[in-house]
Design a protein around this ligand. Structure first.
Ligand code: GDP
Ligand code: MG
Length: 175
């Protein structure tokens, strides 16, 4: 996961937003360290994690910001300079999807207008508790012009793809 002496061509700030307990910190842990914890409260105080990857022969440092348990107090500093956003809900908790329009409004109010946004339905492993259909989410994403994927941080499904989707799109915009 990256050579510390590597020269960096780009730094892309990406923010994670969404209700508490939807899995934001575990999505980040999976992407940044390939780790998962069933009992995660460990992110307090940690503002962001990074992972450097190569896109079209350029090294891109993804700087991924996590709300660190402060979902009710996300400030404009959090959004400042963000070029990507991951808007996360839990497919087994309807309410977390119903709150997505509010998060989107907050995001659009604070972030750059060209920000790349992906809607993420996390915990796809909980299929037997599903409370949000894939079709509903897909339709919402299409209407709002967002990318969309269902992920499982637990099973490591689509987490990498979700980040790469956002980072590749940002890369294409700046190049
Ligand atoms: P956050 O508050 O949005 O950062 O959520 P966390 O990452 O702390 O996760 C909240 C809880 O959901 C924790 O108990 C995680 O272990 C669990 N969790 C996170 N991602 C998944 C997932 O993909 N599947 C399942 N089944 N549980 C998950
Ligand atoms: Mg968290």
């Amino acid at each position: 996961y990256g050579d510390p002496n590597q020269k960096i061509d780009y730094v892309f700030k990406v923010v994670l937003i969404g209700d508490s307990a939807v899995g934001k910190s575990q999505i980040l842990a999976r992407f940044a360290r390939n780790e998962f914890s069933l009992d995660s409260k460990a992110t307090i105080g940690v503002e962001f994690q990074t992972r450097t990857l190569v896109i079209e022969h350029k090294s891109v440092k993804a700087q991924i910001w996590d709300t660190a348990g402060q979902e009710r107090a996300v400030t404009s500093a959090y959004y400042r300079g963000a070029v990507g956003a991951m808007l996360v809900y839990d497919i087994s908790k309807r309410q977390t999807f119903d709150h997505i329009p509010r998060w989107l409004e907050e995001l659009r109010g604070h972030a750059d207008k060209n920000i790349v946004i992906i809607l993420i339905g996390n915990k796809s492993d909980l299929e037997n508790q599903r409370a949000v259909s894939t079709e509903d989410a897909k339709e919402f994403a299409q209407k709002e012009g967002l990318f969309f994927l269902e992920t499982s941080a637990l099973e490591a499904t689509n987490v990498e793809v979700a980040f790469l989707t956002v980072l590749n799109e940002i890369f294409n915009i700046v190049n």
